[in-house]
Design a protein around this ligand. Structure first.
Ligand code: HEC
Ligand code: HEC
Length: 331
């Protein structure tokens, strides 16, 4: 009973305020109430996978969804995985926090309204048919895991240099995330990237790899350059053109060994005491003991190679097998 009177006054007061507030002149109403901030305008119309969607996934999701940490068995470095969950509704369910789906980013803030609108637009616009045989590889594109990482693992991420344990100067070059976090990479700008500077500035005191290791080859340096110019992305493809007919030591086998193995199999610290530096040493390792082929196919009884790296692509394994079967020709 006691409270009724003040409540009544409050309600009357509210209506008086409402009446005053509503008495606008036409000019006042025409004024824009919130200035338009062009920096936060959301473009949910011109949406592409490479320009819009993939950068969000790489920035906010790939940390838990990659080839080593595959949350929910989803790897956002693989287009096929992204396409699968985009098509079956799990992607929208997860980012819109719809019940029945795990809310994503897990334990993080919900994506912005703009990000979500862009995902929705991209899914609406896209037919998710993945070509049989997977995503074709473009010969002009650098694919980080396939083309660049093996060079970094064999020449830089060795156990006394830039692996996770030693991490000289805080630099770890064992995988994409570490390279981006610690390698001083400035996407699109090789000259402004530490990773590129130290492999090219052979008069500087920090020139890498340090002697007695050999400098990277011109082709390897070009690979780093091209990767950075292309935006230092973590792109994936499944279907590389593979010539399994014309196989030569010089044009086929040597480039594979040079980029994937030689860095660890040279000098006095060569892995397992095995040198893989020229035709004679490679041919010997690939000879009757079957060690080289056993190692690259991860056959039991052999140490799996490349050490700390992924299996070589099927194409390379096939080419090496055919070269061995053909009697390891030297040309
Ligand atoms: C902190 C780690 C983490 C982050 C960041 C993260 N995820 Fe996940 N995600 C997971 C885990 C773990 C699972 C497996 C299911 C679970 O544990 O909830 C998962 C599952 C999913 C699923 C399957 C959900 C379902 O119910 O089927 C989708 C889709 C997904 N994540 C998308 C994303 C997207 C998109 C982002 C970025 C916006 C993201 N995730 C960020 C860890 C993460
Ligand atoms: C990161 C360094 C590293 C890379 C890259 C690497 N290796 Fe090795 N490799 C080693 C070490 C260390 C050993 C000896 C220790 C061991 O057997 O695990 C070894 C051992 C081997 C052996 C002997 C295996 C056995 O069981 O007898 C062969 C053969 C070999 N490597 C071939 C290769 C080939 C071919 C490649 C490239 C496709 C390669 N390695 C890449 C470090 C490496």
């Amino acid at each position: 009973m006691q409270n009724k009177f003040p409540a009544f006054i409050t309600i009357i007061g509210f209506f008086i305020l409402l009446a005053i507030a509503c008495k606008h002149t036409p000019e006042e109403i025409a004024k824009p109430i919130v200035p338009i901030d062009t920096t936060t305008v959301c473009d949910s119309v011109h949406v592409t996978f490479n320009g819009t969607v993939n950068p969000i996934l790489q920035a906010k999701c790939v940390i838990c969804h990659n080839s080593t940490t595959t949350g929910g068995n989803i790897d956002f470095t693989k287009y096929a995985d992204i396409a699968r969950i985009a098509e079956n509704g799990h992607l929208m369910g997860a980012i819109e926090h719809i019940s029945g789906y795990s809310a994503m980013p897990k334990n993080g803030n919900k994506l912005s309204v703009c990000d979500i609108a862009q995902f929705r637009k991209w899914i609406a616009d896209t037919t998710f048919t993945i070509p049989s045989g997977g995503i074709p590889c473009n010969p002009d594109t650098v694919y980080f895991n396939m083309d660049l990482l093996p060079i970094l693992i064999s020449s830089c991420a060795k156990s006394t240099c830039h692996d996770v344990v030693t991490h000289k100067e805080g630099i770890i070059l064992t995988d994409y995330n570490h390279v981006m976090q610690t390698g001083g990479v400035n996407p699109f700008n090789p000259g402004g990237s530490k990773l590129y500077q130290i492999i090219t500035n052979n008069s500087g005191e920090n020139f890498m790899p340090p002697p007695p290791d050999a400098p990277l080859t011109t082709n390897q340096i070009q690979m780093v350059y091209k990767w950075i110019v292309q935006g230092a992305k973590n792109l994936h493809c499944d279907n590389m053109p593979c010539d399994t007919v014309t196989i030569t030591y010089t044009a086929t086998i040597w480039p594979i060994i040079q980029d994937n193995c030689k860095g660890c199999h040279t000098g006095t610290l060569a892995g397992g005491g095995i040198q893989l530096t020229d035709y004679a040493t490679i041919s010997a390792a690939a000879g009757p003991t079957g060690r080289l082929y056993g190692a690259i196919t991860h056959a039991s009884g052999f140490s799996p190679m490349p050490q700390n790296g992924a299996l070589l692509p099927d194409c390379y394994i096939t080419q090496i097998r055919k070269w061995i079967t053909a009697g390891r020709p030297s040309k």
